[in-house]
Design a protein around this ligand. Sequence first.
Ligand code: MSP
Length: 643
Amino acid sequence: MTNKKSFYITTPLYYANDELHIGHAFSTLAADIAARYNRSCDNKVHFLTGSDEHGQKVEQAAKAKGLTPLAHTDALVEKFKSLWETLDITYDDFIRTTEERHTKVVKYALSKLYEKGDIYEAEYKGWYCTPCERFWTEKEVPEKLCPDCKRSVQEITEKNYFFKMSVYQNKLIEHINNNPGFIRPENRKNEVLGFLKQPLGDLCISRPKSRLSWGIDLPFDENYVTYVWFDALTNYISAIGYPFDLDKFNQTWPASCHIIGKDILTTHAVYWSTMLLALDLPLPECIFAHGWWVTGEGKMSKSVGNVINPRQLVADYGLDPFRFYLFREMVFGQDATYTKENFIMRYNADLANDYGNLCNRMLPLLIKNRDGVFNKTDANLPETKEIIKLAAEVKEGYVKAMDNFLFHEGLAKIWSLVQRLNKYVDETAPWKLAKEQNFALLDEVFYTIGEGIRFCTVLVEPFMPHMAPEFLKQIGCDGKNYSIASLEWGQLTDKSKCTEPKPLFPRLETERIQNLKKSKAEPVVKPVEPQTEIEGIITFDDFMKTQLCVAKILTAEKVENADKLLKLTVDTGDATNTLVAGIASYYKPEEIIGMQVLMVKNLKPAKIRGILSHGMILAAETPEGGLALMTPNKPAKTGVRVK
Ligand code: MSP
């Protein structure tokens, strides 16, 4: 064993109450991509996933099937593992919360905190949501509906055990402020800091067996089982040896990143962090809360009936396009909408046209004119020099993005090179060079394209682990010899002989096109006449009168007696403005705090519901009739003018 600490990445432990959909697959794929990327950078990696098997939801699901909870979770765990196999997830360990290696650590942690006085017994009165297994305070449920799932809550009074979370509140706030990368992305960090502005209550960590028996017994009171979150969160340390194999534990902990969805941010950022502080353990380096995959009906969930089955997408389009699509389409951290049309558009534009075509256009020419061999030459053309420079910049930008879990940015960097290479093919027209028998230049052009393809392919491998080696094979490289750590321009040698290309990403046709073809109807795309007359046309000078800027939302709150309005304060670089926006039906205040939005700055102030509103933020309707705030697609400088 070396002393180098592992890059330790985790997924949430999925509830073993139902089958998984693309939302769950997404978190696991994100962790897999981070793991593969780090391995390719020569880092030691430990990748953990697993199943959350205790609690009411699981108990109820088992009862509904007439099974014991364990028989029920055994069957589901097999399904989880088989899905991870289908998605080629390279996890190192799979932990089940029903395993002894886990339950004994939960008991150890509980005893330690009980002995320390951080767990105490008290009478508890609160409003309980059974499906969410969560208590709410009187104030949080004015209409006696669960704020999360909107189902009715019941008032319950009982003796319980509490973890003194409140003791660690200030320490946690300090840690978040001193470690800017701890909770990501930035708007989620602000959400947690906003939550921590209120005094933190203590956490009820027990459930009386009379109400729930499927859980880990409290070591100090056999009439109770452990609250499922206290149990499940402990997996991140129980799986790596805490406290019984400290050698292993110290080589792995703290986690480099817990990948989670935004729905479980509080439990991770607040419950888990305070648990670790109480156990005197370091906090994870990063908790990354990504957004949700939604369809027209909102967040994907079985009860809404709008789930997309990952197996179906893999069967229809192949694994690598599926993996690619999820991370190219979603700005990691924000929500994204899945539609079939959108999938096909992305596939055709990025994979079939841009990436796949590079090989398909080049390799037959190379085989015909240079016997399939890439002859290494000096870079003479200014375009070649430009590409070599761009490749180095792309690698640097990609590494920076991937080190920060910004997967969409990593892919965008690669595609900037793919697109530049396609332009290079058009600029240099190798088919003409071949006709003119200008072999010196032809070699330079082929080598640049071949090397460019290799560069992009090595970088894209964590996303497309099957297609990448196929691409490398086509340009005569053995994929095993390449890694991101050693990637440099110029490694392609004349020993690399390309093989006859087969299209790796054949174009997909949308159903609409297919149906039209069948009925021999009009072509779908009609040539569009250039528009000369547009109604309400303005001049450039007119447009420049509107001062559009990037504003950062500092606070957001509901406007009293106005369901649709939020009162916002925004940072516009040189000032803090107050404004009222009609977005309350689409965004919760805590969702948008910290977000950058586009705003019209020089709008005449107007009074709305007694509040003077300075400016207007921009939003557009979504295909489902929702509303999307216009935000820069990467962090911009707050206050800058949008031109
Ligand atoms: N068991 C808890 C987690 C315990 S972690 C110690 C749990 N399980 S879950 O099965 O409900 O999985 C929730 C996670 O699945 C989310 O946090 C997110 O990572 C992922 N997703 C579930 N639905 C999702 C979408 N629609 N979109 C993206 N990811 C979502 O919570």
